[in-house]
Write a protein that binds this ligand. Structure first.
Ligand code: UN1
Length: 499
């Protein structure tokens, strides 16, 4: 099926993806696959108003009943997994199994959220006063604005919206302008679930497609209680202070510069496999992509030459054709940024293999690149910078302290890993003086996190946590309630105020 047929099979009206001003091109061959009508900032403000009205009703629906809607949505996703996954592959250029993995991640977070809808619990806390009870409740927060990136065009939205909906919030989504079609398809599936759910208020989750003015209208609207934004550090720097200026809440999931430390005791076969997928899977376009390998001097040369050999064998091509592991970069801008980074790496003393344009004859309008490996003499500026492309920088270390210091000496703090069979090294890596990232793994790579854990990172990664564990708390407001069931009125701290 082509994109038009896929979109129609997923219930998207033809007018939503034809005749509009936002031209969508498949990164696979550069062909135009949609012309999507764009929304305005004014339309965004109206949508936020509708979302707020919906919130005033939705917050009173019992949470397990809200979970039922998310359960129905999960059913729609299960039923349409293959079509939506294919659309992800065509619009974002992911290899088929990763497109399927992305939709699976949506299904998984729906299941998680359904269970959570019966577990939105607070604490009961001992009161210092007789005849008093003190408790905490988590209550619905309000409208949640979701800004998502091209590289996980639908899964990251689902992490946010599945939780927000069971928490009693309503959602307004602004997807990347590079991937509006998958967003339209997801919205259509969500609306099918709403149609099967008796008594849902209208406008529980809305999709608005547009450029910066549409995003700004969402970010600046005081009725948006939480802005959850995924993308570059540059985007986060624009969004974070604007939301803070109006005392709104922000959940930022920004850049990463993720490293894998490989120690002398590591299982090198395992390490090579983990690094290859981490560095080159999704053509290096995950925020969790492995960008640096920090290898002990005793195994560095062997590891790096094995990586370099394996790198050169990765099959590049149409990601929907079986056997290809490396799809295209999203666009020419991404390819140019990759070339600029490789030029800088060479100027900073790096020895680069790979990185050239691939398949230019076959796909003159698409941007495939040979995965690159850059042996660096030290952690130079370009190594400390996130380039969203398949470039792996390799560095050498002598002591574990030095390796951990290198790993932490970058502005970003998302994901990290160590390959070791030494329990002391593994524990040191995940300890207080170990990795400073939000994700620190042992004997698995930096990418491909499961939804059950909290996802996000420190420093320029933005500090937000999404997805599993208790990330749901970001989507609720906490109240502390002290209830006096006695006939006295004792004041806290023994204060007396009797007339
Ligand atoms: C992202 O790239 O923004 O851990 C999210 C992973 C995926 C999510 C990545 N589950 O690589």
């Amino acid at each position: 099926m082509n994109t038009n047929e896929l979109l129609s099979s997923l219930g998207v009206p033809v007018a939503a993806f034809t005749g509009g001003s936002l031209l969508v091109r498949s990164p696979i061959d550069g062909a135009q696959i949609g012309a999507v009508p764009e929304n305005t900032g004014e339309e965004m403000r109206a949508a936020v108003g509708r979302a707020h009205a919906a919130f005033l009703q939705w917050r009173n629906v019992p949470a397990p009943k809200r979970g039922e809607l998310v359960r129905l949505f999960g059913e729609e996703l299960r039923g349409h997994k293959a079509a939506l996954a294919r659309l992800v592959a065509l619009e974002a250029g992911k290899v088929s199994s990763e497109g399927e993995g992305e939709v699976q991640e949506m299904i998984d977070i729906c299941d998680f959220a359904v269970g959570l809808s019966r577990q939105l619990h607070g604490l009961t806390i001992a009161s210092e006063r007789p005849g008093h009870r003190m408790m905490e409740q988590y209550l619905p927060l309000g409208v949640v604005g979701i800004i998502s990136a091209f590289n996980f065009p639908v899964a990251v939205w689902a992490w946010n919206s599945a939780l927000a909906l069971v928490c009693g919030d309503t959602c307004v989504w602004k997807p990347s302008e590079k991937t509006p079609l998958t967003a339209l398809a997801t919205q259509a599936l969500f609306e099918r679930a709403v149609a099967r759910y008796a008594g849902a208020p209208a406008h529980l989750s809305q999709l608005l497609i547009g450029r910066a003015d549409v995003g700004e209208a969402l970010v600046d609207d005081p009725r948006v209680a939480l802005v959850s934004a995924t993308g570059s550090t540059r985007m986060g720097r624009a969004v974070g202070p604007r939301v803070a200026a109006r005392f709104g809440r922000c959940l930022l999931e920004l850049g990463g510069n993720n490293a894998i430390i490989v120690t002398p005791s590591a299982d090198l076969d395992l390490a090579v496999r983990g690094i290859l997928f981490g560095a080159y899977g999704t053509a290096g376009q995950r925020c969790t992509t492995t960008r640096r390998v920090i290898a002990h001097a005793s195994i560095h040369d062997e590891l790096v030459s094995r990586l370099d050999r394996a790198r050169a064998q990765l099959t590049i091509g149409d990601p929907t054709e079986p056997g290809n592991l490396i799809g295209p970069l999203i666009d020419k801008g991404a390819f140019d940024a990759m070339q600029a980074a490789l030029t800088a790496a060479k100027a900073q003393g790096g020895q680069v293999s790979g990185g050239e344009r691939a398949l230019a004859d076959r796909y003159p309008e698409a941007w495939y690149a040979v995965p690159a490996l850059a042996r660096m003499p030290k952690q130079t500026d370009i190594v400390r910078h996130e380039t969203f492309a398949p470039i792996l920088y390799t560095l050498k270390y002598e002591t574990l302290d030095e390796a951990i210091a290198l790993q932490n000496d970058v502005p970003q703090g998302l994901s990290s890993a160590i390959f070791t069979n030494d329990i002391r090294e593994a524990e040191a890596f995940v300890s207080a003086s170990g990795s400073d990232c939000g994700i620190a793994n042992v004997n698995i790579g930096t990418s491909g996190a499961e939804i059950g854990g909290a996802f996000g990172g420190e420093k320029e990664t933005g500090g937000g946590r999404e997805s599993g564990s208790d990330a749901w708390k970001a989507y609720m407001r906490r109240t502390t309630n002290t209830v006096n069931y006695s006939r006295e009125l004792p004041l806290a701290q023994g204060v007396k105020f009797d007339v």
